[in-house]
Write a protein that binds this ligand. Structure first.
Ligand code: GLA
Length: 695
């Protein structure tokens, strides 16, 4: 029987081929604005729970401990497909009936997973043509986890099947409050080069371009003789003798994100057919997922949910956590969101799985809450004794309830309960950082002017400078409405389509302040260089032309006339309407403008044509904040300050990532101790304070 190939999602396109990404909206149809997890108004607290790994006696023990810790929700069933459908089409939900009943009786709500991130052995055996194929042609097998080809009709049918059966069975259950579809789409793999994917890619291309002429034009196939005469001549961009057509690579990445999204939507709709009430979501991986375009995905979930794990060996990993939390809130359009997973201490999959120190778990959790999370969930409740994650930390470690981790979990549960009045409050940001994964996908392809373009590093350095000054930011897509922001930073925006370029120009012309870093605005939607001098998409708004890219040698630095130091990149900048704020004192662009200011319409821009080192970039950013009248603070080193507000009630978070006490000035009531404060407040080393103005 030839199954219908699943509909590939076609991207919403303007006639110029620009991708219009739905802006996060506060409408009641999406996000937690008006939609949240039904049941308690407490901050949701709990984690993944895998009862299938334990005896029923252990279940009873675990439920008692969950109650002790104040846990009010657990995610279950996420990796249980083999138990729930032991043979194709034969469903056995008895273990779920039992555990959900016990949890419900204990007052612990269930976030019910669909187990489709890990198809069972019978599926892999019966449908070999659905196995994922890597870019270099390796067909992947069973024995680990990870889904099969996202474009496999057998997979789509089986996944929607079990999702619908679960919804049919458990939608009426009072303990089930939410649906958790799949697990981390896009990991451990995303793209597949199997025959189903190739056929679906061709359908996707036909929907996008309509004619082969338009495809050939968009892909520049006249270069290296790649012109396509038939749709079935087009393949996925497998490994080839040399560098593959980059527009094709970019489209295949867009297709992959859409194909995975189509899998999510198919399961969501299968559930919605039986359950029109409960929110449905899937767990994202925030700034750490290179394979899906979350701006598009966020429009399709009822509540944005995110997994975050520290980069264990980074000493600034708490700042990266803040960045991920701000990105997640931005995906949610400012609505409260769910921290679906983080860890109580060490993970197991990094080179050195450094354990969290005393108080660090709580600080991590509080940062997520400070930046908009109304749910704090862990991976996982009880540490596994077998399988590849047996050395991963958990809420209940192998060592049991006498461990430091367990006692910190119980303390956190109590603190989150005390903070629950803040649920639904919002975080206000007057500064934005542009985040375009399509630009990252394009820039990270081969044969750019240097290997040191590092989009992620550059965004982190801008973000860190703002974090250290207590400036909370939103992330934005370049097509979003920017008018509410005093300053917009674009640390890395290589690909910028014409619509988004016009949007940014309009923001500046209307009075906005824009700060752009090098190698931005270079190409359009299909990785094609704009006509004329670079940066074709931003030439006028920045008041300059770039006549030559002048990347530096490894570890080479240049000095600027203002004393600052640049690395990695320089370029020959020719002013049009801009003015040189600083010039190169040495290096290949000596004597030429390095930092350019420009007045454009009612607004202004700054352009940085080199990689300013940390302190110089930080100083420049502070000068931008000062000049634009954007509020910022001088905070003790390591102190994080964020405010959530709802009506006239404010919740000021002071989270001290340094070991020494910090002193701040605050007025209000300590939300955890009830102590009134008015003046100097000590934030203990490695600790936190939440001061509320709420009466
Ligand atoms: C991811 C997955 C979990 C688990 C954790 C381990 O977030 O969703 O199943 O593997 O990583 O850190």
């Amino acid at each position: 029987m030839q199954l219908e190939r699943p509909e590939a999602i076609s991207r919403s396109q303007t006639e110029q081929g620009a991708t219009v990404v739905p802006a996060p909206s506060n409408d009641s149809q999406r996000g937690t604005n008006g939609r949240w997890i039904p049941g308690t108004t407490q901050i949701r607290f709990g984690g993944d729970y895998n009862p299938e790994q334990w005896s029923r006696e252990t279940w009873l023990e675990d439920i008692e401990l969950m109650q002790q810790a104040g846990i009010n929700m657990v995610s279950i069933g996420i990796f249980s497909w083999a138990l729930l459908e032991p043979r194709e089409g034969e469903y056995d939900f008895s273990f779920l009936d039992d555990i959900i009943g016990l949890l419900g009786d204990a007052g612990i709500d269930v976030d019910l997973g669909t187990p489709t991130a890990s198809p069972p052995a019978w599926f892999w055996k019966k449908y070999p043509e659905s196995h994922p194929v890597t870019r270099d042609g390796n067909r992947l097998g069973f024995g680990s986890r990870g889904m099969v080809s996202p474009s496999s009709p057998e997979y789509r049918s089986a996944a929607s099947g079990i999702a619908g059966e679960l919804a049919k069975r458990f939608a009426p259950h009072p303990a089930v409050v939410m649906w958790h579809i799949h697990n981390e789409y896009g990991a451990p793999i995303s793209d597949s080069y199997d025959d189903y994917s190739v056929a679906a890619f061709r359908d996707w291309l036909q929907a996008k371009y309509g004619t082969l002429d338009d495809l050939n034009r968009a892909w520049g196939t006249l270069f290296w003789g790649q012109v396509y005469g038939e749709w079935d001549e087009i393949d996925a961009p497998r490994l080839a003798a040399s560098v593959t057509n980059q527009a094709q690579r970019l489209d295949f990445q867009r297709f992959t994100s859409d194909a995975l999204l189509a899998c999510y939507i198919a399961e969501r709709d299968a559930i919605r057919a039986h359950d029109q009430i409960r929110p449905i979501t899937t767990n994202f991986m925030g700034t750490n997922c290179p394979s899906v375009d979350y701006w598009k995905w966020a429009a399709e979930v009822d509540i944005v949910a995110n997994d975050h794990y520290l980069v264990a060996e980074r000493t600034d990993n708490h700042i990266l956590l803040s960045m991920d939390a701000d990105f997640t809130r931005s995906l949610a359009g400012g609505s409260p969101w769910i921290l679906m997973e983080h860890s109580t201490s060490a993970v197991n999959w990094q080179p050195r799985n450094i354990a969290k120190r005393a108080g660090e778990m709580a600080r991590n959790s509080l940062t997520h809450v400070a930046r908009g999370a109304d749910a704090v969930m862990f991976f996982q409740f009880r540490a596994s004794r077998f399988g590849v994650e047996k050395f991963h930390s958990a809420m209940l470690p192998h060592g049991g309830t006498s461990t430091r981790i367990w006692n910190e979990v119980v303390a956190l549960g109590s603190d989150l309960a005390a903070l629950s009045p803040l649920t639904g409050s919002r975080v206000k940001a007057s500064v934005a950082i542009v985040w375009s994964i399509e630009s990252f996908w394009a820039q990270d392809l081969e044969w750019r002017p240097t290997v040191e373009l590092e989009h992620r590093t550059r965004i982190e350095s801008f973000y860190t400078a703002l974090w250290e000054r207590g400036v909370t930011i939103d992330f934005v897509h370049p097509s979003h409405d920017l008018s509410s922001y005093d300053v917009v930073f674009a640390p890395s925006l290589y690909l910028l389509d014409t619509e988004s370029a016009a949007n940014i120009e309009g923001y500046v012309a209307a009075g906005g302040s824009l700060v752009v870093s090098y190698f931005s605005g270079i190409v359009g939607a299909n990785d094609e260089v704009y006509p004329g001098a670079s940066p074709g998409a931003l030439r006028d708004v920045l008041g300059l032309e770039i006549h030559e890219f002048l990347p530096l040698h490894e570890a080479e630095t240049v000095t600027l006339s203002d004393g600052s130091t640049g690395s990695a990149w320089t370029e020959e900048v020719v002013l049009t309407t801009g003015n040189a704020h600083a010039i190169y004192a040495d290096g290949p662009a000596a004597g030429k403008p390095a930092i350019v200011r420009n007045a454009h319409g009612a607004g202004q821009t700054w352009y940085l044509s080199t990689g300013l080192n940390g302190s110089d970039l930080s100083s420049l950013i502070e000068s931008v904040l000062t000049e634009t009248g954007t509020a910022f603070s001088t905070l003790p080193t390591g102190l994080e300050h964020v405010v959530r507000a709802s009506g006239d009630a404010e919740y000021a978070f002071y989270i001290n990532h340094a070991d020494t006490d910090a002193v701040v000035t605050a007025r209000g009531v300590d939300a955890l101790t009830g102590e009134s404060v008015d003046g100097e407040v000590v934030v203990p080393g490695a600790g936190f304070r939440v001061i509320t103005s709420a009466s």
